[in-house]
Design a binder for this molecule. Structure first.
Ligand SMILES: *Cc1c(COP(=O)(O)O)cnc(C)c1O
Length: 373
């Protein structure tokens, strides 16, 4: 059987990792400043992570949600403490799209309303409701289209108010910082206005922190830079450092009922042990602070570089929009200098390294960049 051919793959096969270093099957060494789409939050094969997951695999890997699982409670307590959302409740699932799917469902159950407002260029995942809230017709099948989801331009409060005033809205869903679109930030003023609007019209405000969360931007969740609180927060990518897990953090004002949500694999023992290890490492190694510090270094070095048209983002969620003549830079960084980076279209390089990335590694990247530009 062949693979269903949907990925534009590089002809490189990493077979081993440690921290921000990868080895391919030919023994070539690479530096990973992408973390496989912001997933590797605490570095490849972090020893504490490996130990916890190995121990759990040898103890009990899985049982369903028909029984008690105190690892889920331990994870919820830790996540509440680290994120500042102690009084919220956690629902565990397996991916980002699923987290958003469940968040939209909870908001709709809670309000009894069918409609959702999302933003132009947003990415919320590829399951049915999540892809319907994703502003990209290329990944939306006719089956996914729904009139219940409308879009507004980011940072245009008047446009949001005009839509929400039409009534029947359960939720607004917004990324803490738009990732796939190429790293676009909402303004603080807009986020305050949005919060106020949602309160006034009883609409649930969902913050999709799947890419921007878990300390990446120098706060645990990106929306915490704007000084607002969300009613529901979704998380996934960095949560399990590669082990599939997603979470929905839900305000105490939203009440659950038995059977309202459910999943077979979500919150299983192995996934929880991975996610607990990640939070322990983030705390023990002060990684949120490191994300801010290394992010500041990248900003200083690259925001005024001649190849860079615009430097966007916060901490270690970085979008480098390139000037026209440097469009091929990402491939050069990979093939000539052995750095993995991400893209958003041809013109934007995304840096989403592990939060453990060292000053030395950051400097080696800047040096390689300057040699190529
Ligand atoms: C990656 C991503 C998703 C989807 O997550 P999956 O785990 O791929 O389903 C949703 N929202 C945002 C902002 C993302 O970056």
């Amino acid at each position: 059987m062949n693979l269903f051919d949907v990925y534009p793959l590089w002809d490189i096969e990493p077979v081993k990792g440690s921290g921000t270093t990868l080895w391919d099957k030919n023994g070539e060494v690479y530096t990973d400043l992408y973390g496989g789409h912001a997933v590797i939050s605490v570095g490849h094969c972090h020893p504490h992570y490996v130990k916890k997951v190995q121990e759990q695999a040898a103890t009990l890997g899985f049982y369903s949600n028909a029984v008690q699982n105190s690892l889920q409670k331990e994870l919820a307590a830790k996540l509440g403490k680290v994120s500042g959302y102690d009084d919220y409740a956690l629902f565990l699932c397996n991916s980002g799209a699923e987290a958003n799917e469940n968040a939209l469902k909870v908001a709709s159950f809670h309000t009894g309303k069918p409609k959702v407002l999302a933003f132009n260029k947003a990415f919320h995942g590829r399951t049915s409701g999540a892809v319907a809230a994703t502003d990209n017709p290329k990944i939306q099948a006719p089956f996914n289209k729904t009139e219940n989801i409308v879009f507004a331009p980011l940072n245009d409060l008047a446009a949001v108010e005009a839509e929400l005033s039409k009534g029947d809205f359960a939720a607004v869903i917004i990324e803490g910082i738009q990732g796939v679109a190429g790293i676009y930030e909402p303004t603080t003023e807009f986020m305050h206005g949005l919060r106020e609007l949602c309160d006034r019209l009883s609409v649930v405000l969902i913050l999709d922190e799947i890419q921007s969360g878990y300390g990446r931007t120098g706060k645990f969740f990106a929306h915490q830079h704007y000084g607002i609180k969300a009613d529901i927060i979704t998380t996934a990518k960095g949560m399990g450092n590669g082990f599939p897990i997603g979470g929905v953090l839900i305000s105490p004002s939203i009440k659950p009922s038995y059977g309202m949500l459910g999943t077979t694999f979500g919150g299983n023992h192995l996934a929880c042990s991975a996610a607990i290890a990640v939070l322990e490492i983030i705390e023990n190694e002060n990684l949120v602070e490191n994300a801010e510090k290394i992010g500041e270094y990248f900003r200083q070095e690259l925001s005024t570089d001649k190849a860079v048209k615009e430097y966007r983002g916060k901490g270690l969620m970085i979008g480098l929009e390139l000037n026209e003549e440097y469009i091929g830079l990402r491939n050069k960084l990979l093939f000539e200098k052995h750095f993995f980076t991400g893209a958003a279209g041809a013109g934007v390089i995304r840096l989403l390294p592990s939060l453990t990335v060292s000053q030395e590694t950051a400097e080696s990247f800047v040096k390689a960049w300057k040699e190529l530009t």
